[in-house]
Design a protein. Structure first.
Length: 260
């Protein structure tokens, strides 16, 4: 089973401590994918506390046979995160079962093809300090954006897209559907990069499901005739579950919402 959840901001333990109540089967191979703002590592001054959180998370993930994958958001300490080397599987290992997926990369997770691209523009930059509470690397650079395009053009299949921000096209749908949505987010440079990806995916992999976080909403946007073939899911505190066998069956995956 593959599970999806949104921003945790360093507080990952409550999500994974819910595994038993959510019915996660220990005898299956499971994955939990976090759509950014993982928030660890964050500060060298809280290093010991963060290590204890990661140790506790690793222990519980191992108990339920879950590997946690995540994309970066905008609330990450990129200096510390990028100091962690990328392993042979294409991810950064915070722990053996806690793995960061770099931008523009494609991963095989429980038999499914997952395209990852993190990053977003912080909306509170005026109140934050560069290099201490936000980092310039929160926005994708040219190399990362081009890698994303190259990865998508070379891909044979994409089942899921995992990002922190949403593409501009999906943001337009959100602004119409969510009353409290801030239209200023349409100017996020990351959304514009993701829109380039969206156009490629629409043409090549119209069955894909796109999960993103960042906006602190739990909303599903199904395909809209003549506008988009994709299914978009904005996820925050809920956990969404997909049986990967459904991905391989005709008709596309069925999404179950598991309330935390």
């Amino acid at each position: 089973m593959i599970y999806f959840t949104g921003d945790v901001h360093g507080d990952v333990l409550p999500r994974i401590y819910n595994f038993r109540r959510l019915g996660v089967e220990r005898d299956e191979s499971n994955a939990l994918i976090v759509t950014g703002d993982f928030g660890i590592p964050w500060s060298p001054y809280s290093h010991s506390k963060e290590q204890r959180i990661l140790d506790a998370a690793e222990k519980h993930l191992n108990l339920y046979n879950v590997i946690l994958y995540y994309v970066d958001g905008n609330h990450e300490n990129f200096d510390m995160l990028y100091a962690i080397p990328v392993e042979a599987d294409g991810t950064r290992h915070l722990r053996p079962r806690i793995r960061h997926m770099p931008r523009g990369t494609l991963h095989k997770i429980n038999g499914c093809d997952v395209f990852a691209f993190g990053g977003a523009k912080s909306t509170d930059r005026g109140m934050e300090e560069l290099g201490r509470s936000y980092w310039i690397q929160e926005l994708p650079n040219y190399s990362e954006s081009q890698q994303g395009i190259d990865t998508l053009n070379a891909a044979k299949n994409i089942d899921f897209v995992i990002s922190h921000a949403a593409p501009s096209g999906a943001l337009a749908m959100m602004s119409a559907a969510v009353h409290s949505f801030d239209p200023a987010r349409l100017g996020d440079p990351t959304a514009k990069v993701l829109e380039t990806f969206r156009l490629i995916i629409e043409g090549r992999f119209p069955h894909a499901h796109w999960f993103f976080g960042h906006y602190h909403k739990n909303v599903k946007y199904p395909p809209i005739k003549w506008i988009t073939n994709l299914t978009y899911v904005c996820v925050y505190e809920e956990i969404y579950a997909i049986n990967e066998q459904d991905v391989f069956d005709k008709g596309g995956p069925k999404i179950d919402i598991l309330h935390c």
